[in-house]
Design a binder for this molecule. Structure first.
Ligand code: ARG
Length: 460
C-alpha cells in the first residue's frame, strides 16, 4: 500500500508482529458498510463516476459474501482487515477500486469500524440484559411465597422474600442497561472525513455518510476523532460492572446451591458432575462467571494503560484496543445468555428456605421496634432485646417459647400476647411496607413494575 517510498519489503517478523487481521477480520461487515457509504459521498463529490460506484458496491458485496461463506483468504501480508478488503476489491474491479481510499485514512476508517461494531454489540448486549432480567423475574414469580433470611456480613439478619432478593439484581442490571444506553450516545458519532488527522483537501458530504450509516452526529474535531477511544474504555467499564453484578449473583447462587444453605436446586442441564465423587452436582456456570469477571477487569485496565501515554493523534499502540474489546463483548454476551437460561429454571427448595427464615432471632429487630412503639427509646430497647437474646442462648430457649413471666422480667413494656403476634414471620414481613421494603404486597407491585419495564424498555 505504501510501496512508493520504500525500496525493500517489510520484514517477515515485522509483518507477524504488526498484523491485526488475525483478529480484526471480524470487523468486515462494518468495514464494507463504511466503504459503501464513503464511496457514495465520493460519487456525490464527483470523484467517482456512477459506474465506479456501481462497481465498488458490487465488488464489496461479493467480498462480503465470500467472507461469509469462508472462501475469502485473509492475508497477513496485508496487515489488517481494511487493506485486505481494499486489495481484494482492486483485484476484482480494477482502477475503480484504487479510487476508494480517496480522502480517507485507515485512521478514520478504523475509528468508524470500531464505532459501528460497538454500536451493534451494545444493542446485542442490551437485549441480553433484558432477557436475563426477564429470567430472574420468572424465577421470582415462580417462587413468590418463598422466604429466606436476608444477610449482612453473611450472618442471618432479617427475613425477606426470595423474590425481593432477586429483584435487587434487576435493579443492578437495569442500571447496567441504562449505562449502555448512555454509552451508546457517545459511540453513535461519525468520525469519517477526519482523514489521517487533519481532514482532507477533498471535501466530502459527511452528513450524507452519517445518514447512510444511521449516525446521530458527526465528530467536530478531526484530531480527536482519530485518537478517541473513550467510547471503547466506557464500554469496557460497563461490561466490567456487568461482570461484577453477575459475579455477585454467581456467589449467591453458589452459596444457595450448597448443602449448607440448600435454598435452590439448579437444573441438571446447568450443572456438572465430578469425575471422581459420584454424588457431586457443581454450579460451574456460576463459578466460571465469577472467574471470567477477572478477565473483564483486566481488559478495561489493559486499554486504559494503552491509552494513557499517547500523544495526539493516532498511534499504532491503539491497535491494541481490539482484543480486549472483542474478548469482553464475547464473554459478557455468553455469560448473560447462560445465566438467563439457568435462572429461569432454577428451583427454590421452599422447606429449606422457610426453615432458615424461621430462625426466631431474625425477628430481634422487630421486638426492639415493638418496644419503641410502646415508648421505650431505641437504644434501651436494643439493649433489652440483646439481653433477651443472651438469655435464650444460655437457657437453650427461643423467643416463641418464653413464658409470660420471662417476657415481663425483661421489660414491663412486653405484652406477651402482642409480642407473640410480632414474632409471626408473616406479620414481620407484612409490617415492612415502606417503599422499597419487602412486604409481600410491595414485592408483587415491584414484579408488575418490572414486567411493564421489560416489555417496554427505553430505546437505545
Ligand atoms: N490496524 C490498525 C488499527 O487497528 C488500523 C489503523 C492503522 N493506521 C496506521 N496509520 N497504521 O489501529
Amino acid at each position: 500500500m505504501w510501496k512508493g517510498r520504500f525500496q525493500t519489503e517489510t520484514s517477515n517478523l515485522v509483518q507477524r508482529y504488526g498484523e491485526s487481521v488475525s483478529f480484526d477480520w471480524r470487523l468486515y461487515p462494518y468495514d464494507i458498510q463504511g466503504s459503501i457509504a464513503h464511496a457514495t459521498a465520493l460519487e456525490a463529490a464527483g470523484i467517482l463516476t456512477k459506474a465506479d460506484l456501481r462497481a465498488i458496491k458490487r465488488g464489496l458485496q461479493e467480498i462480503h459474501a465470500e467472507i461469509e461463506s469462508g472462501q475469502f483468504k485473509f492475508r497477513v501480508s496485508l496487515e489488517d482487515v481494511h487493506m485486505n478488503i481494499e486489495a481484494a476489491l482492486t483485484e476484482k474491479i480494477g482502477p475503480a477500486g484504487a479510487k476508494l481510499h480517496t480522502a480517507r485514512s485507515r485512521n478514520d476508517q478504523v475509528a468508524l469500524d470500531a464505532r459501528l461494531y460497538c454500536r451493534a454489540e451494545v444493542q446485542a448486549i442490551h437485549r441480553r440484559l433484558l432477557a436475563l432480567m426477564e429470567a430472574l423475574l420468572i424465577c421470582a414469580e415462580n417462587h413468590a411465597d418463598a422466604v429466606i433470611p436476608g444477610y449482612t456480613h453473611l450472618q442471618r439478619g432479617q427475613p425477606v422474600l426470595f423474590a425481593h432478593h432477586l429483584l435487587a439484581y434487576l435493579e443492578m442490571l437495569d442500571r447496567d442497561r441504562d449505562r449502555l444506553r448512555d454509552c451508546h450516545r457517545r459511540i453513535n458519532v461519525m468520525p469519517l472525513g477526519s482523514g489521517a488527522l487533519a481532514g482532507s483537501t477533498i471535501v466530502l458530504d459527511r452528513k450524507l455518510v452519517a445518514d447512510q450509516l444511521g449516525f446521530a452526529a458527526i465528530s467536530q474535531n478531526s484530531m480527536d476523532a482519530v485518537s478517541d477511544r473513550d467510547f471503547v474504555a466506557e464500554l469496557l467499564f460497563v461490561l466490567a460492572l456487568v461482570g461484577t453484578h453477575l459475579s455477585r449473583l454467581s456467589e449467591d447462587v453458589i452459596l444457595w446451591a450448597s448443602a449448607e444453605f440448600g435454598f435452590i436446586e439448579l437444573s441438571d442441564a446447568h450443572t456438572t458432575g465430578s469425575s471422581l465423587m459420584p454424588q457431586k452436582k457443581n454450579p460451574d456456570v456460576a463459578e466460571l462467571t465469577r472467574g471470567k469477571t477477572g478477565r473483564l477487569y483486566g481488559n478495561l485496565l489493559s486499554l486504559l494503560t494503552t491509552l494513557k501515554g499517547l500523544p495526539m493523534t493516532y498511534n499504532r499502540d491503539m491497535q491494541e484496543d481490539k482484543e480486549p474489546l472483542f474478548d469482553s463483548i464475547d464473554t459478557v454476551k455468553l455469560a448473560l445468555e447462560v445465566f438467563a437460561e439457568m435462572m429461569a429454571v432454577a428451583r427454590v427448595r421452599p422447606d429449606r428456605a422457610r426453615e432458615a427464615a424461621s430462625d426466631p432471632f431474625l425477628l430481634a429487630t422487630d421486638l426492639a421496634d415493638y418496644l419503641v412503639v410502646e415508648g421505650v427509646p431505641f437504644r434501651t430497647a436494643h439493649e433489652i432485646v440483646g439481653k433477651l437474646t443472651a438469655y435464650c442462648l444460655e437457657t437453650g430457649k427461643d423467643f416463641p417459647n418464653l413464658t409470660d413471666e420471662e417476657w415481663r422480667a425483661h421489660s414491663e413494656a412486653f405484652d406477651p400476647v402482642a409480642v407473640r403476634k410480632v414474632l409471626k414471620l408473616e406479620n414481620a414481613l407484612k409490617a415492612r411496607k415502606g417503599t422499597g421494603a419487602p412486604a409481600p404486597a410491595n414485592v408483587t407491585r415491584q414484579i408488575g413494575r418490572w414486567w411493564r419495564h421489560i416489555k417496554n424498555p427505553p430505546a437505545l
